[in-house]
Ligand binder design. Structure first.
Ligand code: NDP
Length: 241
């Protein structure tokens, strides 16, 4: 029976590429999303991948959503915590709401999704938790105190949980993409992108969503069983830890 992979934010951007790459690698894939029904319908029509709507920021909705996925496809073997948002502002202008929304989705969302699948993975002695953090969680980014804090928190969660999962056959890893060509990055002012961001990337271009998706497929595989608690940087040489 094919393994089951659940990808949060799996209908657009990097998540869509991850969903497709996992499907192509032989997984049964469920793609979660938050609210963009039109994008989810188009994605499902294009790929044949089943989509599920709930917010990762809501614990009960995650537990219900995961139960629906498991009723349809079977127990989740691979969880990809990819859903993420930005609410950028300089710190002196950042509102408590902007702080809360980003922490709730990008950090608490990882807890909300991982906690319900964890007992089953422990019982079955196999699991893969892969969280999409960010270069800006590693180095910090002005205008993104909320996002940098959440993404750095994801790395701490990954390292601690990896230690708890190791004896149960569960690996827990993070990927830190640099700037990837998705709507999130296309939303940045073009002048800022071309004059300030791309010149800082040694390979001289944005990354492609498929380049992150291939990292996920590797970390999900049996071959990656000795890799846990790791942070895989995929950033075109922009930042070394
Ligand atoms: P996009 O904005 O293109 O897509 C985000 C996806 O996440 C959408 O499917 C969206 O659903 C979903 N989503 C947002 N909030 C929630 C929520 N509360 N519950 C469930 N799903 C949600 O993002 P990217 O593809 O650019 O980013 C994907 C991940 O990669 C994020 O975690 C981001 O922080 C990280 N990242 C991105 C980088 C980049 O350069 N693009 C760089 C480094 C990290 P819907 O379609 O319904 O809105």
């Amino acid at each position: 029976m094919a393994r089951v992979a659940l990808v949060t934010g799996g209908t657009r951007g990097i998540g869509a590429a991850i969903s497709v790459a996992l499907r192509d690698a032989g997984y049964q894939v469920a793609a979660n999303y938050a609210g963009n029904d039109a994008a989810a319908e188009a994605f499902s029509a294009d790929t044949g991948i089943k989509t599920y709507k709930w917010s990762v920021a809501d614990y009960d909705a995650c537990a219900d959503g995961i139960a629906r996925v498991e009723a349809d496809l079977g127990p989740v073997d691979v969880l990809v915590n990819n859903a993420g948002i930005t609410r950028d502002a300089m710190f002196h202008k950042m509102t408590p709401q902007q702080w809360k929304e980003v922490i709730d989705t990008n950090l608490t969302g990882v807890f909300n999704m991982t906690h319900p699948v964890w007992p089953g993975m422990r019982d079955r002695k196999f699991g893969r938790i892969i969280t999409i953090s960010s270069i800006n969680g590693q180095k910090g980014q002005a205008g993104q105190v909320n996002y940098s804090a959440a993404k750095a928190g994801d790395l701490g969660l990954t390292k601690a949980l990896a230690q708890e999962g190791a004896r149960a056959g569960i690996t827990v890893n993070a990927i830190c993409p640099g700037y990837i060509a998705t709507e999130m990055v296309r939303a940045i002012d073009e002048k800022v992108l071309n004059e300030r961001i791309i010149p800082q990337i040694p390979v001289g271009r944005l990354g492609e969503p498929e380049e992150i998706a291939r990292c996920v497929v590797f970390l999900a595989s049996e071959d990656a069983g000795f890799i846990t608690g790791a942070t895989l940087s995929a950033n075109g040489g922009q930042f070394f830890v």
